[in-house]
Design a protein around this ligand. Structure first.
Ligand code: GDP
Length: 307
């Protein structure tokens, strides 16, 4: 049994690779970037994983449904409604169903489970918590929701701090904790360490569960050299005074992780990561296509079977 702690656009590549080689997969999804918009509850990272595993993800964008149209969004714009968050017409079905079920009393995890079954996905997808944990970015223009910072303001404001509101009182999903405890290996997907993995690690029960089996926990670096493969990871890391390198991410994960995978091109910093008490592995961690996703998935599984 394998459990992956995941975000969205980067994580989905490895999650897809793992789903191609194992039937016993659990994905614990980030909830920090969930947002209420237009009266709908939108869960971007959960949906990227659901669409990715259902084979309908718009892979170029990394979010939404392939080939979707945006007529509703156009009409919202013509009607003078805020239209900074792109929602496709088909994608809207997910948000409509989710919101209706939430209002009917179902939990986010029950809804996610229902949706993945409807779409024929065999991997379990569990939101880290059914409570609200919201990633807020402190900036020179004031505090704002992660989506407001990244999408509405296109990451222009200067980042001063990051908070996971609600994380101190949020109850972790029991099934997610159970999956961590029972798994042969737990993988922290290549993801934005702060905004995608941070909200889950901010719930103390997850930190404790990972610490309890850290020799079976492996994280894949989202950083190669001094740059993220995509997205604002470096901006958030700098705001937390973390070095923009694979070592900076390793430091952020700290005691939760016993094994860390970096690019072969980053060999030189392996000793500094070992000093954090982690085993370091080197391989090609860039997933440019489906073969690369499966190759990395196989590498991780083989390494951990050997141990
Ligand atoms: P988000 O929720 O859309 O930000 O997506 P994630 O957090 O899942 O993924 C974004 C992170 O994944 C970024 O920090 C990227 O650097 C990283 N990433 C994207 N593609 C790859 C890849 O092919 N390999 C590795 N190692 N990291 C990647």
């Amino acid at each position: 049994m394998i459990t992956v702690i995941s975000g969205g656009t980067g994580s989905v590549k490895l999650v897809r690779g793992l789903a191609a080689i194992t039937d016993d997969l659990t994905v614990i999804s980030n909830v920090g970037d969930n947002i209420w918009l237009y009266g709908l509850y939108i869960c971007p990272d959960i949906d990227t994983i659901v669409y990715g595993l259902a084979g309908i993800l718009d892979e170029k964008r990394g979010w939404g449904i392939r080939g979707d149209s945006f007529n509703c969004l156009d009409q919202l714009e013509k009607s003078g409604a805020p239209s900074w968050f792109s929602l496709g017409d088909r994608d809207l079905a997910m948000h409509l169903i989710r919101t209706q079920m939430l209002k009917g009393g179902d939990t986010l995890s029950e809804i996610t489970d229902e949706m993945r079954k409807q779409l024929g996905i065999s991997a379990r997808i569990i939101p880290a918590t059914d409570d609200q944990v919201t990633t807020m970015i402190g900036t020179d223009k004031g505090k704002m929701h992660l989506q407001e910072f990244w999408v509405k303001n296109q990451a222009r404001p200067q980042v001063k701090g990051i908070a996971f509101e609600g994380s101190e009182t949020a109850m972790p999903n029991k099934k997610a904790l159970h999956a961590i405890t029972k798994s042969d290996m737990v993988i922290i997907a290549p993801a934005n360490p702060v905004s995608s993995i941070g909200p889950t690690l901010a719930v103390k029960e997850f930190r404790h569960a990972l610490y309890g089996k850290r020799d079976r926990v492996v994280a894949v670096s989202p950083i190669i050299g001094d740059s993220a493969v995509s997205g604002p990871a470096v901006k958030y890391m700098k705001a937390l005074d973390l070095e923009n390198s694979p070592a900076g991410v390793a430091k952020y994960y700290g005691k939760s992780v016993g094994n860390y995978v970096i690019s072969g091109s980053d060999s030189a910093i392996a000793p500094s990561i070992r000093r954090l008490g982690m085993n370091v592995f080197e391989t090609d961690i860039l997933m440019k296509n489906k073969q690369a996703e499966i190759r990395l998935a196989r590498y991780l599984v083989a390494r951990f079977r050997e141990r």
